[in-house]
Design a protein around this ligand. Structure first.
Ligand SMILES: Cc1cc2nc3c(=O)[nH]c(=O)nc-3n(C[C@H](O)[C@H](O)[C@H](O)COP(=O)(O)OP(=O)(O)OC[C@H]3O[C@@H](n4cnc5c(N)ncnc54)[C@H](O)[C@@H]3O)c2cc1C
Length: 369
């Protein structure tokens, strides 16, 4: 069966980046079709939702990219909230990075953007923090979004109210390319049937799975395991970003604890005793009393990683196939700027100098293929 979707935008992957781009096109009156293999495996439902531009110590173009995205986020979230009539849990709650010694603190790449905390200040900012931490940096400009429970669903709803068509359980098996131009895709549907979908323009946003569709993309999965604990409300006001573990407090006292970084994980599913132990050790080292708070959930997912840990954005080697993948640890943070940039590029809109430089730095061409 062939389904006509002429003059429309085909989005391959309904995760965080796919939804963000679908929303951008749909609110600008484009007809959008989202093909999604499995909504629930999306890293958008896995992430901790930190907006950690400075607290993660991003450098050079990634730092600029994060800062630009962070400046777009309030307006972008407001628009999603108005369209979806749902709240996304955006909070500029500040993120504290603790250190055991001053040398490490002074070497931190974004040191100059933070406020220095001595041990007393640290204990005031983070109720109950382990006394092994002697210094800290407070990045007041950083924060969080409740991606897992709110943003993803609000984006889906906003997209759908703007007329986006979703085909869940639809796996793109192959791209149809004629004279080096994409004309459609072969899709395995939830019913087990293969069908052909036509398109004029497509955007590949398939996260950690992107290479399976377009072999030229050097994206691979890096597994992350997470858990949540229920703390008393308002016990933690700020996110703590430790060297191996972070604690992200939501409004209702739920604390997201993350995350393992498993580079050789391939697509191995499931939580492991090792992974959960590492997270529990992390809780103990940051906030000892929290080790006795009830564990609510545990889950895992796959970050889309590239050899240089930077995203791949822009044109592909195939005409009219665009790429928005490889967001690795910062896809929530980068979602606002990614959707804005890709929309402008696909529409041939004029770009600011900084936007041109992002597209150059994050182009697929930087890899020798
Ligand atoms: C443990 C963990 C913690 C994280 N914490 C943070 C954080 O605090 N802050 C932050 O900014 N970022 C964080 N991230 C990163 C962020 O979640 C990702 O960068 C982001 O979700 C990537 O979005 P995506 O749309 O590219 O991929 P995904 O959200 O994974 O979506 C990809 C989608 O494509 C679909 N798909 C795949 N193949 C096909 C196909 N052939 N056909 C159709 N559909 C297909 C998949 O089913 C999936 O739904 C974290 C990630 C993890 C795993």
């Amino acid at each position: 069966m062939t389904q006509e979707t002429k003059n429309s935008i085909l989005i391959i992957g309904g995760g965080l980046i796919g939804l963000s781009i679908a929303y951008e096109f749909a609110r600008n009156n484009f007809k959008v079709l989202v093909l999604s293999k499995n909504r629930n495996e999306s890293a958008g439902f896995v992430a901790a939702g930190m907006l950690a531009t400075h607290s993660e110590g991003l450098k050079e173009e990634l730092l600029k990219f994060g800062q630009e995205s962070q400046s777009l986020i309030p307006k972008w979230i407001k628009s999603i909230e108005e369209d979806s009539k749902m709240q996304c849990g955006l909070k500029k709650c500040g993120i504290v990075v603790p250190f055991k010694n001053k040398e490490d603190l002074e070497k931190f790449p974004t040191y100059e953007y933070g406020r220095y905390l001595n041990q007393k200040d640290l204990q005031t900012e983070i109720n109950g923090i382990n006394s092994i931490w002697k210094h800290g940096l407070l990045f007041k400009q950083d924060g969080q979004i409740d991606n897992r429970r709110r943003l993803m669903r609000a984006l889906e709803r906003a997209c759908s109210l703007h007329g986006v068509e979703f085909q869940e359980g639809s796996e793109v098996k192959d791209l149809t390319v004629e004279k080096n131009k994409i004309t459609g895709a072969t899709v395995l549907c939830a019913t087990g049937q293969l069908k052909k979908i036509n398109c004029e323009k497509a955007i590949l946003c398939s996260g950690a799975w992107s290479k399976k569709i377009y072999k030229k993309i050097p994206v691979f999965p890096v597994k992350g395991q997470m858990l949540s604990i229920q703390g008393p409300s308002n016990f933690l006001r700020r996110v703590i970003f430790g060297p191996k573990t972070y604690l992200v407090p939501r409004d209702d006292g739920l604390i997201i604890v993350g995350a393992t970084v498993e580079k050789d994980s391939k697509f191995n599913q499931g939580n492991t005793p090792n992974g959960i132990n590492q997270l529990q050790e992390g809780i103990r080292s940051l906030l000892p009393e929290a080790i006795n708070w009830p564990q609510m959930e545990h889950w895992w997912g796959f970050r889309p990683c590239t050899p240089d840990f930077k995203p791949i954005l822009g044109k592909s080697k195939i005409e009219n196939l665009f790429l928005a993948t490889g967001h690795y640890r910062n896809g929530v943070l980068f979602s606002a700027i990614t959707s804005d940039l890709i929309f402008k590029l696909v529409q041939n809109k004029s770009l600011k100098e900084i936007e041109i430089s992002f597209l150059e730095k994050f182009s697929l061409d930087r890899f020798e293929i």
